[in-house]
Write a protein of this length. Structure first.
Ligand code: HEM
Length: 407
């Protein structure tokens, strides 16, 4: 039982090592709940599948920041700071959480998503037509030219971002999400994103449409303004960021796995395995989210023999859980489509289970099946060991995914 964990005993989570899965293996071997520092913040890391499952559903672990004893010491401007301090559903519990989640859940039902399918297919088709015009013997970065624009267009459509603002908004969100970037100037970028979203939301109020911003305004009228302006903002901002970069990482990581792990693409092309299974195996094997902050102990408690004191924070290690031999056996580190897809925690579990999971799955499946059908000779243009990982705490993917599209 661990009562004390002096700072020098802690693992430092450093995305700059460029070896997330190696770091995760060392964390899992250190135990199910490991004292770490992330961006200078001390926390417990839930490293193994079973423990992460407990953490995600534990009634005495809350996402409400008021339960965090050291919340005033949180360094401003860090990725953790941006995630845990907003007033979105992610940081709410109980009745408030239900109210905020229900406000937008209608947009993610199976029926609404089936309605989106033709749009996603058409967008994918346009991106593929553009790829087909590129010189077949030059490397093309699939993250930039394919994985990145598709979810961006889809989430913009769903939220109701007018065409005129899309380019500016996307440049900002890209920088905020630190796709391949550093954390340096994000407070300013975040402010600029917030202001631009504010302008878009204001404009949308006067020109209602079939979109989420309009839905939220209507809800506000119905519920007598219970949904505060800050909450409305936080919801749109959360959906815009959560709905974008995570899915970019999923599509990028899937392309990398399918092109680099021998025999896997053949299983898909021969129809022995559906593309939906490739999406699930990618989510497990190379989770788009590496680490995700935070849950706080509302009282002293014990999980898997480790004592947590009231007020201590716990970080979820999604990529680590996906390769836990305790859950997936000794071949946990192997990307393998010959077996039925294993369940995973990469969309979370319990009350905060990812609201956009059905949308991300739909986008992944459409994108991958269309890409590999359109380019039968597609091949990697870099060795897996030469791909540069993102140096971010939250995201797990590559800065670029160069391929030859073939004749
Ligand atoms: C929550 C992962 C795509 C919206 C979550 C959580 C995870 C996750 C792990 C739970 C966090 C926790 O409990 O600590 C992912 C992954 C995605 C993805 C891996 C893509 C592959 C999306 C999309 C949207 C979205 C496309 C929306 C369009 C949300 C929202 C929540 C959430 C709103 C908060 C739910 C709540 O607090 O009740 N996501 N996500 N996500 N995700 Fe996703």
């Amino acid at each position: 039982m661990t009562e004390q964990h002096p700072a020098d005993d802690r693992f430092v989570l450093d995305p700059a090592t460029g070896d997330l899965h190696g770091d995760n293996r060392r964390l899992r071997e250190a135990g199910p709940l490991v004292p770490v520092t992330a961006e200078g913040v001390p926390a417990w890391a839930a490293t193994q599948y079973a423990t992460l499952l407990t953490v995600l559903t534990h009634p005495s672990l809350s996402r409400e920041i008021r339960h965090w004893a050291a919340r005033d010491e949180l360094p401003p401007g860090t990725a953790i700071d941006r995630i845990v301090t907003d007033t979105s559903m992610l940081n709410a519990e109980g009745e408030d959480h239900r109210r905020l989640r229900t406000a937008v859940a209608g947009a993610f039902t199976a029926r609404r998503l089936e309605g989106l399918r033709p749009k996603i297919e058409a967008l994918t088709g346009r991106l593929i037509d553009r790829l087909a015009e590129m010189p077949p013997d030059q490397p093309v970065d699939m993250r930039k030219e394919f994985a990145y624009p598709l979810p961006r267009e889809v989430i913009s459509e769903l939220i109701g971002i007018p065409q005129a603002h899309q380019e500016e908004l996307h440049e900002l969100s890209d920088a905020v999400a630190q796709v391949g970037g550093s954390l340096d100037d994000t407070p300013e970028l975040r402010k600029a994103l917030h202001e631009l979203l504010g302008q878009i939301i204001d404009e949308r109020q006067d020109t209602p449409g079939e979109d989420l911003i309009t839905d939220l305004f209507r809800l506000r009228e119905r519920d007598g303004g219970r949904l505060s302006t800050e909450e409305l903002f936080a919801t749109i901002e959360l959906l815009f960021i959560a709905g974008h970069v995570t899915t970019v990482n999923l599509i990028t990581n899937a392309i990398g796995a399918l092109l680099n792990v021998p025999g896997q693409l053949d299983l898909l092309r021969s129809g022995k395995c559906p593309f939906s299974a490739a999406v699930e195996e990618t989510l497990r094997w190379d989770s788009p989210i590496a680490y995700f902050p935070m849950r706080y102990a509302v009282r002293d408690l014990e999980i898997d023999g480790v004592h947590l004191r009231a007020g201590e924070p716990v970080l979820a290690c999604f990529a680590s859980a996906g390769r836990d031999p305790g859950q997936y056996g000794t071949a946990a580190h192997v990307f393998d489509l010959s077996k039925p897809p294993a369940s995973h925690l990469s969309f979370g579990h319990g009350p905060h289970f990812c609201l956009g999971a059905p949308l991300a799955r739909l986008e992944g499946e459409i994108a991958l099946s269309a890409l590999f059908a359109a380019f039968p000779d597609i091949a990697p243009a870099a060795r897996p060991e030469d791909l540069a990982p993102l140096d971010t705490l939250l995201g797990n993917s590559y800065r670029s995914m160069p391929v030859f599209l073939g004749p």
